[in-house]
Design a protein around this ligand. Structure first.
Ligand SMILES: Nc1ncnc2c1ncn2[C@@H]1O[C@H](COP(=O)(O)OP(=O)(O)O)[C@@H](O)[C@H]1O
Ligand SMILES: [Mg+2]
Length: 481
């Protein structure tokens, strides 16, 4: 993108330089036209002045003379030297760089320049075109640039001249052109100014544009650097995230392996302690029987803890497998409640079923959802003081086609600040009140994870001292996430 920008900048610089050049050439042409016509007008008025004075006086006298074909003989006449002197006198005080008078035949009759020019010299080739126009009775002029010039000191230079050819008539009635006055006017300084202005304007446009483009290129380079640095930083962050992800996967894998290894000996401990306890042949003193019951109870507790850890790490590593089947929501809830009835009775907590008469079937993993419901129910019973109640309900939200489960207790509640804590693994509210309850702190995060992996939402709202409500919503039709 930035490369394109740079190309564009360079191409537009070329365009700007070209168009500035073209514009200035156009401008120069206009100015040269203006300059030429201005100076030409001046030349014409000089010529008219001459025509009205010197020329008008001598035309009659010299009329015959001018018609003579042999121009060399003109100077022999006394009238001619008077005419010559009068003409020189006229042009003496006028600031023009040169004036020459040519006969109709193109031969020099008079010149204010001394030396090199001789009477009778034939008109230079370059003047022919304009001269012929003047012979036709028109005033013709042009601007000549770079005309070689040698001044009185012999120094060479180049001059710019406006050269005008003005026809002179003889006599007034006749209207035929008898001679042509060539007036040269030096416009070197004016022309130099035009050229300088042209260079300055083109140059400044190009320089300003060049500056702009340099700024553009520099800032685009800077932007490019910033972007590439950002890109590098992003790549680093991505790499860090990937390695963190891998690390956490490793940890989850390790936990899964560990838990699996621990379950084997634990099953032996639970199984054999049970066998000994229930065996009629075992001769145990009552104290040893108590020890064995402790061993068995601890084993069962440890196993459930390990199972939770295993599930959690599996879920975290994305290795949990789901067994989706059609399930009767009401039945599932009833089955789960049955398992907490003894605990509720013991805790003197009333279990209230708020179930619809209609049964509805939906797709989910029965075992996992039952584990979730048991977690929620046992928490509700565990954290509700004697005399309290736990209300359980299920319904089908037809508008979004989801199955809703709700477990609502009138227990101790959870403070808003503690909610994120209890939702994270091993997080428990460490208050004197809840410390008296046993647990591992894995129930809620695991339940939330299961619900989410089943495509549902988990919502907890609670007020300290008033109770806790947990609502989960699951899609009726399971979609693999
Ligand atoms: N229904 C509830 N009422 C009040 N506190 C609760 C309730 N459910 C969970 N808690 C709080 O959240 C913590 C985490 O719960 P959980 O993840 O199920 O772990 P555990 O039950 O093993 O402590 C509990 O220790 C308790 O402090
Ligand atoms: Mg729990």
């Amino acid at each position: 993108m930035f490369t394109q920008l740079r190309y564009f900048a360079i191409i537009s610089l070329i365009f700007v330089a070209l168009s500035a050049g073209l514009a200035s050439v156009g401008f120069r042409n206009v100015i040269s036209g203006d300059l030429q016509s201005l100076v030409n007008k001046q030349n014409v008025s000089i010529a008219q002045g001459y025509s009205n004075s010197i020329w008008a006086i001598y035309q009659g006298v010299l009329g015959k003379l001018f018609r003579l074909p042999d121009i060399d003989r003109w100077s022999d006449y006394k009238e001619f030297s008077q005419f010559d002197a009068a003409s020189k006198g006229y042009f003496k005080n006028i600031s023009i760089s040169g004036v020459s008078l040519y006969s109709r035949g193109g031969k020099l009759i008079f010149s204010n320049k001394l030396g090199s020019l001789q009477l009778g010299t034939i008109l230079p080739e370059k003047d022919k075109e304009l001269f012929l126009e003047a012979i036709d009775g028109k005033i013709a002029s042009n601007l000549r640039k770079g005309v070689a010039h040698i001044d009185v000191n012999g120094e060479r230079s180049q001059k710019s001249l406006v050269v005008s050819f003005v026809p002179l008539f003889l006599p007034v009635m006749d209207k035929s052109v008898i001679a042509v006055l060539k007036i040269e006017n030096d416009v070197t300084p004016e022309w130099k100014r035009v050229i300088a202005f042209q260079y300055i304007s083109v140059g400044s446009v190009v320089i300003i544009f060049l500056l702009l483009i340099t700024m553009l290129i520099v800032s685009s380079q800077r932007a490019e650097q910033i972007i590439s640095r950002q890109h590098e930083a992003n790549m680093e962050l991505m790499a860090a995230a990937a390695s963190a992800e891998a690390e956490s996967q490793d940890k989850s894998q390790f936990l899964a392996n560990m838990s699996h290894e621990l379950r084997t000996p634990l099953n032996a401990i639970i199984g054999f302690s049970e066998i000994v306890l229930t065996s009629p042949d075992a001769k145990l003193i009552p104290q040893h029987k108590d020890y064995l019951r402790d061993i068995n109870g601890s084993g069962v507790h440890l196993l459930s803890l390990i199972n939770d850890i295993l599930d959690f790490s599996k879920a975290d590593a994305g290795k949990l497998e789901f067994d989706i089947a059609d399930v009767d929501a009401v039945k599932l809830l009833k089955n789960s409640m049955r398992l907490v009835i003894p605990r509720a009775e013991q805790a003197q907590v009333t279990l209230i079923e708020d179930l619809p008469p209609k049964h509805f079937v939906f797709q989910t993993d029965t075992k996992k959802l039952k584990q979730v419901l048991l977690n929620l129910l046992s928490n509700a019973v565990k954290f509700t003081p004697p005399g309290g109640e736990v209300r359980v309900s299920v319904w089908h939200d037809v508008s979004v086609d989801t199955i809703m489960f709700q477990v609502k207790d009138s227990g101790i509640g959870i403070a808003a600040k503690d909610i994120s804590k209890v939702m994270s693994p091993f997080g428990q509210v460490d208050s004197a009140l809840s410390r008296k309850y046993e647990g591992t702190g894995l129930g809620l995060p695991l339940s939330k994870k299961f619900v989410e992996l089943l495509g549902g939402k988990f919502n907890l709202s609670s007020v300290v001292g008033k109770g806790t409500t947990i609502t989960i919503s699951l899609p009726r039709i399971y979609n693999k996430p």
